[in-house]
Write a protein that binds this ligand. Structure first.
Ligand code: NAP
Length: 426
């Protein structure tokens, strides 16, 4: 019997699906002791702090993660940051293999003037804010202006635009951060403009996400381009089924009458951002198309143009993630998920991604050298280490507060309070 000790760094979907892939490889002769390290006291990464609060079904994957965590050879070690509390080199020394599942948590820069103006946010900040991530929960987001600009044509841009457009009351029962809900309630926004730098046939929004917009009754949907221009696009593009559905959707918005008093979500195609203007705060955004320069007044700007790796541990990286060969970085070090392939794919994509990396990892395992029980050393040394039971205390507290407030969950927004709850022995 061989029991290999594996450290997974990061507890988002990529981390949990790696644990599952390892558990699935176990047999009578092969076992894995999995220690999952997480910087926050709470697990689940983007499932907790990325998925939109009005998409609870997507979050239900956390039940699968709960099952993975109940395995007898799985430990969650929360509130431990690799690179701060433990050196990556020490992990490598004490485990047969280390898997980095640290994601891509930094919003890509537009690399245009004005990104430092007040009330300009990257989606990495904005989405983490409304989802109550403790590092972002108290951002001073301002909805007192009339118009917001969202830059980007992917599903994150659509999440942001949808939340800005719907009535705050529609978010009342969700697990959105309390601080964010209050701001959404006070919002004075009347128009949310989404800018794609290429044509409607090139957007990365998925059809299911676009169709969801049609079901929202209290909002207006609009498109800047004339119907004729969109008709031409349909004729010009040799379109696959999904692209055709998207084009049909955008064409159906042209000339659509607006409901008075309702907020409007408006799409612009073929406009690349050039600069954000304002003296201290965001005041307008200038775009160019092949026909014109367009300056649009806006008091809030969110760019949702993808994410990049922020934690590289001094390893080589490209815009797509850490340099790797089928997930193998070097020696006994591996990488999965967005840290491996860049910010692409849905949560489920991480399942096949992790399985592929774990196959590669298992083929590299040769050592049967007994490793020290590093987890035990950590438990002895770190008085603020949060195990899965500790997380469950936070979970129970959030659910209980949710019941009191008539919501699915009311998130604890500060790390300090999370630690107090997790470490209480009641
Ligand atoms: P994405 O799908 O890669 O979209 C990024 C968008 O930003 C693209 O439209 C891209 O345009 C645009 N862009 C990039 N650089 C730009 C620039 N300098 N100026 C203007 N526009 C620029 O990324 P994402 O929206 O962050 O989503 C990441 C992944 O998460 C995706 O796979 C997405 O499907 C997934 N996700 C899924 C859901 C869901 O299923 N409900 C929700 C959220 C996210 P070009 O095409 O022209 O480069």
């Amino acid at each position: 019997m061989n029991t290999f000790r594996i450290a997974i760094v990061g507890s988002g979907p990529a981390g949990f699906f790696s644990a599952l892939a390892l558990q699935n490889r176990e047999n009578d002769l092969l076992h894995f002791q999995i220690d999952m390290y997480e910087r926050l006291p709470t697990p689940f990464g983007l499932v907790r702090s990325g998925v939109a609060p009005d998409h609870p079904k997507i979050k239900s994957v956390s039940k699968t993660f709960d099952d993975i965590a109940t395995h007898p050879r799985f430990s969650f070690l929360g509130n431990i940051e690799i690179g701060r509390d433990i050196a990556l080199a020490d992990l490598k020394k004490n485990y047969d293999a280390v898997v980095l599942a640290t994601g891509a948590s930094q919003g890509k820069s537009l690399k245009i003037p004005g990104e430092r103006l007040v009330n300009y946010w990257s989606a990495a900040e904005f989405v983490s804010w409304y989802n109550g991530h403790p590092d972002f929960a108290t951002l001073d987001v301002d909805f007192s202006g009339e118009r917001a600009v969202v830059i980007g044509a992917g599903n994150v841009a659509l999440d942001v635009a949808r939340l800005l457009t719907i009535e705050a009351d529609d978010l009342r029962t969700t697990d959105i951060s309390n601080l964010a809900l209050k701001k959404f309630r006070e919002s004075k926004l009347s128009e949310i403009c989404v800018f794609a730098r290429r044509g409607p046939e090139n957007v990365s929004f998925t059809t299911s996400e676009l169709r969801e917009l049609e079901k929202l009754e209290g909002i207006n949907l609009a498109v800047y381009q004339e119907k004729e221009t969109l008709d031409e696009r349909t004729l010009e593009s040799s379109v696959d089924k999904q692209t055709k559905l998207k084009l049909d959707f955008f064409r159906s918005l042209a000339g659509r009458p607006r409901k008075p008093g309702a907020r409007t979500l408006k799409f612009f195609f073929g406009y690349a951002p050039r600069r954000i203007e304002g003296s201290a705060r965001v005041e307008s955004v200038v775009f160019t198309s092949d026909k014109e320069e367009l300056a649009i007044t806006a008091q809030l700007v969110v760019s949702a143009i993808g994410y990049e790796v922020s934690r590289s541990f001094g390893l080589d990286k490209t815009s797509q993630g850490l340099v790797n060969d089928k997930g193998h970085i070097s020696d006994n070090l591996f990488v999965v998920g967005w840290a491996r392939r860049g910010s692409t794919g849905v949560i489920g994509t991480n399942k096949s991604d992790a399985a592929e990396v774990v196959d590669n990892l298992v083929s590299h395992l040769t050592s049967s050298m007994p490793k020290k029980n590093f987890e035990t050393i950590m438990v002895e040394q770190q008085s603020t280490l949060i195990d899965f039971q500790g997380w469950k205390r936070i979970d129970q507290e959030e659910l209980a507060r949710g019941i009191e407030e008539g919501r699915n969950r009311s998130k604890v927004l500060s790390t300090q309070e999370m630690l107090e709850i997790a470490l209480s022995k009641s």
